[in-house]
Write a protein that binds this ligand. Structure first.
Ligand code: AMP
Length: 370
């Protein structure tokens, strides 16, 4: 059942690695993180290889682990190449290549039979003409690579705005997506072992603020059948992309009930943090299990659960921590990072006996977190 004495290598040492390492320990698994930032969150709970991701000695150490996983998608291809054939890397390089490039990602989603927003790939300035019309007249320009938390994105409503936004983002390749009139945003994770076991996480409802996740709630307020559909679509991505490990799909839910995939993260996801405190297996344990081939089944909270992100504000205000602690059902998770505006510094999970109580207390909790 458990895996005494195993080691799991992680590319990246941020808060996701921190929480993966904390979930791995009780299973008998130690984590080793390769991470060039001396102040990285995972340094406190994992063996920290303080070196660039392409460092030969660091990669040698990871190659000696039982398996390697990752906590961010922009792992240099050289690092993956150095590990290939020496240690299982889960998810592998082919899946990462899709998920880290928005245009390739959308093409691969469609190839898997998963609907997306209308989009046009913009490789160079010549592709801008007519692009906005093709996606419905209003859209979001997103860089194809290195965009996250709303970075590398501009909303555009005219061709002049599109041209200005393209220049502002540096004239780099991107995609223009049609603006989706979504009713809600939801996400769902799927995990697969190398032996072919498949398991799903809960369908979580997400609200963003300034392009950054603000709250997640489980269960999601969605029509019957939405969760089954999300599972079918995430399962299709996992199968079609050859998943070993865990990935999370973000969806737009349209007013008519249709789901469009927005993004795929080849890893645990901010929207799954609430699984840490709902009483069931967490997304972090699920990723560790999937990557190491430990027994795996569907995971979800046992009680209604929500999460509020703690994000650095321009004025540097802190949450009212005493009041957060005094609110029943709260659990604080801090990442040990220096505060900067827009930076994710931690999150607070909230568990309640029923959904009505959860929604009421979530409003109170949000008022305490700037
Ligand atoms: P992303 O970085 O693609 O996850 O986008 C961040 C957030 O921007 C999403 O969670 C949505 O709230 C919003 N967004 C992104 N793409 C679209 C779109 N095509 N239409 C409407 N809203 C979008």
């Amino acid at each position: 059942m458990s895996a005494p004495g195993r080691t799991l290598g992680i590319l990246g040492g941020g808060q996701l690695a921190q929480m993966l390492a904390l979930a791995a320990l009780p299973l008998g698994v130690r984590c080793v993180v390769l991470e060039p930032d001396p102040q990285a969150p995972a340094r406190l709970c994992a063996e920290h290889l303080l070196a660039p991701y392409t460092d030969p000695a660091g990669l040698e150490r990871l190659a000696g682990c039982d398996a390697v996983t990752l906590e961010f998608e922009n792992v240099p291809v050289e690092a993956l190449a150095a590990l290939e054939g020496r240690v299982p890397v889960r998810p592998g390089g082919a899946l990462l290549a899709r998920s880290k490039h928005r245009a390739r990602e959308k093409e691969a989603l469609r190839a898997a039979g998963v609907p997306t927003a209308p989009f046009v790939e913009l490789r160079n300035e010549g592709d801008l003409a007519g692009a906005l019309k093709a996606v419905g007249g209003r859209g979001l320009l997103k860089t194809s690579e290195l965009g996250y938390d709303g970075k590398g994105q501009r909303r555009v409503g005219s061709e002049a705005e599109l041209r200005a936004a393209w220049a502002e983002l540096g004239g780099v390749p991107g995609v223009l997506e049609g603006l989706v009139p979504f009713q809600r945003e939801v996400s769902l994770a799927v995990a697969c072992t190398a032996a072919g076991e498949v398991a799903f996480g809960p369908l979580v409802e997400n609200v963003h603020r300034n392009g950054i996740l603000r709250t997640s709630v489980w269960p999601a307020a969605v029509p019957a059948g939405t969760e089954a559909e999300a599972r079918a679509l995430a399962g299709a991505v996992a199968r079609s992309w050859g998943l070993e490990g865990l990935l999370t799909v973000e969806f737009f839910l349209l007013p008519g009930g249709e789901l469009l995939a927005n993004e795929v993260a080849p890893r645990v996801h901010n929207s799954g943090h609430l699984t840490q405190d709902g009483g069931g297996v967490s997304q972090f344990e699920a990723q560790v299990r999937a990557v190491l081939g430990l027994p795996l089944s569907d995971w979800a909270p046992l009680h209604p659960t929500a999460m509020v992100n703690v994000v650095g504000t321009p004025g540097g205000q802190d949450p009212d921590w005493a009041a957060v602690d005094a609110l029943p059902g709260t659990r604080v998770h801090l990442y040990h990072k220096a505060a900067r505006p827009g930076r994710k510094l931690g999150h607070v999970n909230l568990v309640a006996p029923d959904l009505e109580t959860l929604r009421g207390r979530l409003g109170q909790l949000e008022a305490l977190i700037p």
